[in-house]
Write a protein that binds this ligand. Structure first.
Ligand code: CA2
Length: 142
């Protein structure tokens, strides 16, 4: 089983800035641990700060993988184009957030993506990605 993780704008700064909100671990370090915990799954990660590049990756992985774990960052709250890309592909997409977006500013309470995703996980730090993976694995069994 292959799962594509896609991280959007500014998530390349994980572990470097705002540890009170996003923790102090780099994503690469977290991914090594996640991959070791799920040897039967092939995890690949892509990060971009560019909306069109994220859409290209959703289209590619949406036809070439068994599922997508997507943290679209700030585009979660603004991007009709990313929503359209998710809706257009057959692979299930789980929306994830490291922080609890509902406990933050009002503008983060609404996602344009949630309605076209298989599910949403938010607020568990980087463990949100593992929980999303569990969701995809369970959904795949059914
Ligand atoms: O909680 C999340 O995962 C978010 O998707 C993160 C986005 C934010 O716009 C969403 O509302 C919620 C921001 C990503 C910024 O990532 C940083 C990581 C480390 C340091 C600075 C920014």
């Amino acid at each position: 089983m292959t799962i594509q993780i896609i991280n959007g704008p500014n998530l390349n700064l994980l572990g470097l800035r705002e540890p009170e909100t996003y923790g102090s671990q780099s994503f690469d370090h977290y991914l090594d641990r996640l991959q070791a915990a799920y040897p039967a799954v092939t995890l690949t990660v892509y990060q971009s700060n560019v909306e069109g590049e994220l859409i290209n990756k959703i289209q590619e992985a949406g036809y070439g993988s068994d599922g997508i774990i997507l943290n679209a960052g700030g585009y979660t709250h603004t991007s009709v184009a990313i929503r359209d890309a998710i809706k257009a592909v057959p692979a299930p997409v789980v929306e994830v957030h490291i922080s609890n977006v509902h406990a933050r500013e009002e503008f983060r309470h609404h996602s344009l993506l949630s309605a076209v995703c298989r599910g949403v996980i938010a607020g568990f730090g980087l463990d949100s990605y593992r929980l999303a993976l569990e969701g995809l694995l369970e959904a795949n069994k059914k």
